[in-house]
Design a protein around this ligand. Sequence first.
Ligand code: SF4
Length: 437
Amino acid sequence: MDLKLSRYTVPTSVINPEDQPAFQKRILYSAVSNAAVVITDQVFHMLNNGSYERIEAEIRVELENARILVPAENNEFANVLAENKVPDRLLSMVLHATSQCQLGCRCKKQAQHKSMDTAIAARVADYLDRQLEHDRFDAWHITWDGGDALTELPLVKEISQHNIRLSAKYDKPCTVSMITNGADLHLDTFRTLFYDCLVKHFHIVVGGSMNTELNRRSFSNIEHILAEVQFQPWDGIIFEIKVNVDKDNHHEVSGLVDKFGTNNFQNRIIFKFCSEASYCEEERRYRYSYTPSEFAELEIEYLMYAAKNGFPVNFLPSRALTSCPAVNENFMTVDVQGNMFGCYALPYTDHEQHNANMIGNLFSEPSLFRTDLKFRQWYDELDTHRGSCYDCNLFPVCGGGCRLKWSEGADGCPSFRYNFEDRLILNYLTQKGAFNS
Ligand code: SF4
């Protein structure tokens, strides 16, 4: 069988340039299988020259198994795209409990505070009921977002009752997570959400100085919960702390990791580091945001620091069948007026993509709901117009990044595009048990 080097292969440089040339090694990673293989520099050159027959049989088989060497006739792009286009069987919905964002932005879009009401809760339940009665879905996931859903606890409880009822009616599981700043996540509230409302994962969004009143309250709530609640081993990670890093707070990140590391909370917390100075304040974003490559360097340091302190860190992404929810036809977000969108950043904005990605309103006839959303057509557009994602060797683990950012002419790539080699080496060291050295 004729072979070729997969287009979705990512090599590192020589791991240790001080090794003798005959012993120099590289890591070769397949973005399709997520396997990383260590090979000599000689084998690397044979691969690049197409001299596959010169590679030792055992190594060649390993490379084939890792999908680094693939049959020459394979249309790898078409295969990846076809896999990505298969709809999954999970219905996914983001509910905006209020019209505000977590970071307390002062922009005018945040000036009018509105909340979701019980009429919308009933419509959400009706919508879920209609969807779940079909075989198309095996399960559904609700994410609470918008300002802070903790300020709308009765509403969260009400929709949870609908979820529990529907789960029993259709014998399909429902999972729930909540995006919150955590400042109002007191122990009693947590217990209600965790035990009565199916909310098992909390994404705690932290921005600005770590020493604000808001952040201090949030951290103290997390510590209190983790100290008081007897979690079961299968409860796994409870908190994802999403740290929005900017030029103003970058020096405080390690202190935040220390804070939770010294309390032995490593089996319940995962950190996610993001580069967001502000979602909507352009001036602040301009002054304090890092460029993608600047941030990627910092991110590696933070990930290493978290790993050294015993927190779980996935250095390598896995195969992404859809990375951006906006391309997924099973995803929708609902705002406080019952408007439904395919992209969760579009409610309450006058963004040029607003109408093109609006499904409709829960109070309208379902026959009027639109399915031809702009972002959902992206895989077809990529197939015909091609573009940077078509040529990118990370496409299988990325899926195409953030459609909204790309539509604005910004860089929609995930940060790992800019630090993938470091990630490969750190993953290699972790697997060798040599990370801390
Ligand atoms: S978004 Fe960026 S990293 Fe992802 S596939 Fe496209 S070009 Fe590659």
